[in-house]
Design a binder for this molecule. Structure first.
Ligand SMILES: Cc1cc2nc3c(=O)[nH]c(=O)nc-3n(C[C@H](O)[C@H](O)[C@H](O)COP(=O)(O)OP(=O)(O)OC[C@H]3O[C@@H](n4cnc5c(N)ncnc54)[C@H](O)[C@@H]3O)c2cc1C
Length: 550
């Protein structure tokens, strides 16, 4: 992935999408699509081809724009603000081309990427099967090599795919199948014999996206449709893009969550109850608005930091992609739910859009890896780091954050350090008592790890904002002072969650039971409780920033 677009080009792309959506995807139309369960094929195709969204992910040498990860995140966030269903139609094309971008030979890239750029092809990514979802290794679709004498001429593919976005409409499909050498990607045209597409699924949300099952019966594909140089690279190729693709879905969570809050915020300034606007009532803002804005912005900090690292040339970052996706999509989902509550009875009706946003954003914690699979990925990877570094992984992070406190005391870095230090103690206590034998402990650790790391990323982001050093592509909704308040609120939440949930995990599974006083002392519960001082004043500050009162 190269460093991508310059700032002006990115702004132009975002503006073009905004203008297109304003003209073609008004609220009434979006609600009609939702009710009718209809995929706006022409509009998605125009977005890809006419306004050139396809060009973003095609490298420059094949006629595309070669956008970077920061660019793609900003575009995905905007698309999700418009409609997560439409965004999914676009995303499925990104995803469908990924095995080619990251796994194909130069000749194959030349052939397919040039076509994607020139024709704006609609693509689909066919990995999931009826019995192989989270565990893709269980896939049953087969690809049997066909020979003419000694020459390999084609593969015969048989099997079924499930829940494929754009499945009923795509021009080109990437299909994962088991060849004799292992799971392998194949590029399959839409009209080949034996390739059937199921009827659209009747879904809870993203009803403007098409989701269909695929059936492949003796589908013959030429041998040069195998992506890459040989069989058995499919899962590795799929893994190679997770860092990147999970950031895209993270951006969907972020966009949809903010879209919902940005409907609740103005609503609450006008809705008068008990003699004043809801926006001036702490019991309302500090429950339904502020914590969600804070969690969304914390996940943005992690997302942007990871995107910048990818754009700087670091590879994989699958765990970081998992952390960003997990936090942003859970935050987006919770924010949309809170937005319904924030609009009261009006929120529960279709007209105010938040009800649809809530149903739409729900998919983001499921596709491209469920939240539970994210927890497992995060916990397994960081558990290894904890073991490899003999427990230093998070105490080193804590020390770095204490260092940040010296130059930027306003960013909550010491509290984020308390979270990291508490996490190190929880992990070590789990190791000594062999508690990760319990899957529940392992998965919950995944959540605590994500929270502690994210608190660090947000403090770093707030410090950069204070120095005027944020990337010129970064979102700048909050002023540096506002972002610092957001960082302090989140650091307190993260530290308390790590301390209390970590204690609960250890106490709940250690045998013989741990001594609670010793555990609390080791975790630093006193210091974490003291750090809560000022929580309400900071939540007031964040509310003031959100409501333009700061
Ligand atoms: C609208 C939509 C669009 C989609 N688009 C695409 C697409 O374009 N291409 C594509 O290939 N796929 C697509 N998917 C599939 C999606 O990625 C899968 O649904 C997802 O990965 C989960 O797989 P599953 O549905 O089989 O659930 P399962 O894997 O059966 O999971 C069910 C539940 O069990 C949990 N679970 C799973 N494994 C474990 C474990 N080891 N330990 C503990 N808990 C576990 C999960 O977190 C989940 O809560 C789409 C799905 C939907 C609904």
């Amino acid at each position: 992935m190269d460093a991508g677009l310059d700032r002006d080009t990115l702004d132009l792309v975002l503006e073009t999408i905004r203008d297109f959506a304003a003209a073609e995807l008004g609220e009434t139309y979006l609600l009609e699509l939702d009710t009718a369960d209809e995929f706006p094929e022409k509009i998605v195709r125009r977005m890809l081809a006419e306004i050139g969204v396809s060009l973003l992910f095609v490298p420059e040498q094949y006629g595309g724009m070669g956008a970077g990860t920061m660019d793609v995140y900003r575009v995905c966030e905007l698309l999700a603000r418009i409609d997560v269903g439409v965004a999914t139609g676009v995303f499925a094309t990104f995803l469908g081309s990924d095995p080619i971008v990251f796994g194909a030979t130069d000749e194959q890239k030349e052939r397919w990427m040039t076509r994607i750029a020139e024709e704006g092809l609609l693509m689909a990514y066919g990995a999931t099967e009826p019995e192989a979802g989270s565990d893709l290794g269980a896939l049953k679709t087969t690809a049997v090599p066909q020979y003419d004498g000694d020459d390999l001429v084609s593969y015969r593919i048989n099997g079924n795919k499930q829940w494929i976005s754009n499945g009923g409409y795509a021009d080109l499909y990437t299909i994962l199948a088991n060849a004799p050498g292992g799971p392998t990607w194949f590029v399959v045209d839409r009209d080949v014999d034996g390739f059937e597409k199921g009827k659209p699924e009747d879904k809870h949300g993203i009803r403007a996206s098409n989701t269909a099952a695929l059936s492949l019966q003796d589908v013959e594909v030429p041998a040069d449709r195998l992506v890459g140089t040989g069989e058995g690279q499919g899962l590795v190729q799929a893994q190679a893009v997770f860092g990147y693709t999970r950031l895209m879905v993270a951006a969907f969570g972020l966009g949809a969550g903010w879209e919902a809050l940005d409907r609740a915020i103005p609503y609450s300034t006008e809705r008068i109850q008990a003699g004043g606007p809801l926006s001036e009532k702490q019991g309302y803002t500090h429950k339904l608005i502020v914590p969600h804005a804070v969690r969304l912005e914390s996940s943005r900090a992690y997302l942007e930091e990871t995107a910048e690292r990818l754009d700087a040339g670091e590879e994989l970052l699958n765990t970081e992609g998992a952390i960003a996706k997990y936090l942003a999509t859970e935050a987006g989902n919770a924010a949309a739910d809170a937005a319904i509550q924030a609009l009261g009875g009006y929120g529960y009706t279709k007209e105010y859009m938040v009800e649809k946003i809530k149903r739409d954003v729900r998919i983001t914690t499921i596709y491209e890896g469920t939240s539970e699979i994210m927890e497992m990925t995060i916990a397994r990877d960081r558990w290894q780091e904890h073991l490899k570094t003999r427990g230093a992984y998070y105490s080193d992070l804590a020390a770095a954050l204490d260092g940040l406190e010296a130059s930027h005391p306003e960013t909550g870095a010491t509290t984020a350090a308390l979270a990291a230090r508490a996490l190190a103690v929880v992990l070590e206590t789990c190791r000594l008592n062999r508690l990760t034998r319990n899957q529940d402990v392992l998965f919950r650790l995944g959540e605590l790890i994500a929270l502690a790391e994210c608190a660090g990323a947000l403090s770093r982001r707030a410090a950069k904002a204070a120095e005027g050093a944020l990337s010129d592509k970064a979102d700048k909704r909050f002023t540096p002072a506002g972002l610092a308040a957001v960082a302090r609120v989140f650091a307190r939440e993260a530290a308390m969650r790590v301390a209390l949930d970590g204690s609960r995990l250890v106490a709940g599974s250690a045998e013989p039971p741990v001594n609670p006083a010793e555990l609390f002392a080791a975790i630093g519960l006193d210091a974490i409780t003291s750090a809560q001082n000022g929580a309400i004043a900071d939540a007031d500050l964040v509310a003031d920033h959100l409501y333009g009162r700061a």
